[in-house]
Write a protein that binds this ligand. Structure first.
Ligand code: MN
Length: 415
């Protein structure tokens, strides 16, 4: 900013309470958790395109997927692992021998081994006793280490699990050679204050050499919780481009990175000016549209319509923009509509070297507002109908599913 004294920056007041690590490694989950967004599937080629760009912009670790899922998935992971990217390529595995073997066979250098930790997951999903989970963890981590992999150990639902069990589980993984420990807020129930307490306890009890976090957005807190974790010394935040992921998604790559860069002045090593390009690529390949009001990458993030705002922006962009759009590779846009004011018209006319006296401007303004107000609502309704039909029920339609049922010959049971 050219004139920093124009606005106060109170982040300096809390600098002493922030314990950001010396370096932060962005761990991208777009190709794994992001692909688990309902209705999303990336082909191996598409995965490679995304991995390439992630690596180019400076992402440190890329989770390429879970090779045991399918032959296609295994091929995608192998391709990315063999592409010579600068980023470390990681693949994920449950604490199940064939999962770990599939990762070893895929040629990646990093593995994330995950198992559930909370009582509800153990009892109803895994149907395993705590001792069995600990044993499976020890065996899986040891096997991956023996194969020469860098191991991250992740528990699902960490923050809703009994702490004593969490402690034993992570110690087991650590003793077996896991280098990086990942705390997961799998259903997004942490708040910044509680997460700060939780991670303080975690660090005190387990002393991880390298702490990582995986935050979900069920209450819209994923980015805030991820920043909190980094302030507590976590070094490897899990993020997804456009905040993709299961349900309401994960912490978004662009939000976490740009918050660090712009609010704290922390250098992440990410080429932020290419974040918009990355967002557009993932939008195109995932088929999940970025909402207009999404931070940084939404179409409205740097748009202004209201007269008061446009006037302010034209006088000085700091009035209504906390950062320049170019930081994320974008441009600002002025929208002409119901809320437009005279200043925006004066500016718009300049594009063609035009100007007009006040009464003419007033008449033009009246017509611009009128045009915007009388636009037909029919187009908008049609658009929303299509949009909802597509996203309320992604995946197969009922018609498609029952067609397949008939095709495999499932018939009603006769009485
Ligand atoms: Mn997840």
């Amino acid at each position: 900013m050219a004139e920093p004294d124009l606005v106060e920056n109170y982040h300096s007041a809390t600098a002493g309470e922030r314990h950001l690590p010396e370096s932060i490694t962005v761990w991208d989950e777009t190709l794994r958790d992001g692909e688990q967004t309902p209705g999303v599937r990336f082909s191996p080629d598409e995965k490679l395109r995304v991995a390439n760009l992630l690596s180019e912009i400076g992402v440190g670790v890329i989770d390429a997927g879970i090779p045991v899922v399918s032959e296609d998935e295994a091929r995608a992971v192998r391709t990315i692992a063999g592409a010579g990217l600068r980023a470390k390529i990681l693949a994920s595995a449950r604490t199940v021998p064939q999962d770990v073997e599939a990762v070893i066979a895929s040629g990646v250098s990093h593995i994330a081994i995950f198992v559930a930790a909370s009582r509800v997951h153990l009892k109803y999903k895994l149907k395993m006793e705590p001792e069995q989970v600990i044993e499976a963890t020890r065996r899986s981590v040891e096997r991956a280490k023996q194969a020469g992999l860098h191991v991250a150990f992740v528990t699902e639902d960490t923050v809703r699990a009994p702490f004593d069990f969490v402690e034993r589980l992570y110690r087991t993984a650590q003793d077996a050679g896991a280098e990086r420990l990942v705390v997961a807020d799998t259903v997004g129930v942490m708040t910044p204050l509680t997460f700060r307490w939780y991670l303080g306890e975690f660090v005190r009890r387990i002393r991880p050499a390298d702490l990582s976090v995986h935050c979900h957005n069920d209450f819209g807190l994923a980015t805030a919780n991820t920043l909190t974790a980094l302030e507590c010394g976590a070094r490897t935040p899990h993020v997804c481009v456009n905040g993709l992921g299961e349900r309401a998604g994960n912490a978004s790559l662009e939000e976490v990175v740009v918050a660090l860069e712009t609010l704290y002045g922390y250098r992440t090593g990410i080429r932020t000016e290419r974040l918009y390009e990355l967002s557009r690529l993932v939008e195109e390949l995932s088929g999940i549209p970025v909402p207009p009001n999404r931070a940084l990458v939404g179409s409205n993030a740097f748009s202004h319509e209201a007269g008061i705002h446009t006037h302010g922006i034209l006088a000085h962009t700091l009035t209504y923009e906390p950062l320049q759009p170019s930081v994320v590779g974008r441009r600002r846009s002025m929208i002409l509509g119901k809320h437009t004011g005279k200043a925006a018209l004066v500016e718009k006319l300049k594009e063609r070297g035009l100007s007009a006296p006040d009464p003419v401007l007033a008449e033009l303004l009246r017509r611009v507002k009128g045009e915007a107000e009388h636009r037909s609502k029919a187009d908008l309704e049609r658009f929303l109908d299509d949009y909802r039909r597509r996203f309320d029920r992604p995946g197969l339609t009922d018609e498609e599913f029952w067609g397949l049922v008939e095709a495999v010959g499932i018939a009603p049971v006769s009485a």
